[in-house]
Design a protein around this ligand. Sequence first.
Ligand code: HEC
Length: 316
Amino acid sequence: MVLILSRSFGVKLLKYKTNFTQTRLNSTGKLWFGSKKVFYRTLGLLATGTGIVIYTLDQAVKAGEMELHPPRFPWAYKGIITALDHASLRRGYEVYRQVCASCHSLKHVTFRELVGVTHTEAEAKAEAEQQMVEDGPNEEGNMFQRPGKLSDKFPPPYPNEEAARFANGGSYPLDLTYIILAREGGDNYIFSLLTGYCEPPAGVTLKEGLYYNPYFLGGSIAMAPPLFSESATYSDGTQAHASQLAKDVVTFLKWAGEPEFDDRKVMMVKCLGWFIVGSVISWYWYKMRFMSNKTRKFVYTGKSSTKKPECSDKCE
Ligand code: HEC
């Protein structure tokens, strides 16, 4: 590329631009070939090695814990430049609305955020209107219920934590907005939790109202298995198997926790592009322009002493 540019502009782009005679032997770069360079290299290697050891130890099986670690699933959005699957997001919203919303709130999400992500504006408005939202106080000082608007947050299923606990045998169905970020394993964990209910192994007895789930810390969870095949219906006709429902609702929860996910990836691609262009420019400038300044040396030679001063008559 540089050659093409140099030909078209008639400039010798690949030649050092030297304004002064330089003594390359005594350049500042020479310092780095001494012990300092070896020291920094060793330091770098040691730091990398320690990092790898710490990471490996952290990944190792922790045999002391009594829960199953979730496997890694090939989520479509895990690629470097892949976005969230918006058809799956829409289905995930349907699963949340039809199943999870009866116990779990999603209190940091507003209906208008659905516009352009899972629904059109008219559809999102219709979704909001189907929910009753508390508003007020009115002129009599009372709170009242009204159909939702686009600017409303998703209404919670219970008015407060006590009511939620009372309805769920003392356990609290927590808000799901940031659950993907809040749990180790994130999407893999939630998917495994939703699909991982099974019979308790021999020797394990569960208290009344608890269910066995090996992915949950301790094994016994107060949430009844929420997803079965056909426990929600999809508007796009997709077969509602339990694993399909779980995958879609997890994708939806991923978006709920990180609504900027797609924008962030687009920004990353843009930044990467500019980074590459910037790197090429700075490499060119460094090697072809700056290097001659960095390595140059000024030498003071003084006046020539061989030439005798010219004598006039007064000299003697
Ligand atoms: C009948 C009520 C009910 C329904 C429906 C329900 N949950 Fe739960 N959920 C609970 C309760 C209660 C807990 C608390 C469990 C505990 O602490 O033992 C819980 C806990 C959870 C947790 C937290 C697990 C953890 O690591 O702490 C997640 C995640 C979750 N539910 C997801 C869902 C999803 C997704 C759906 C919809 C597909 C759903 N739940 C449907 C009642 C429900």
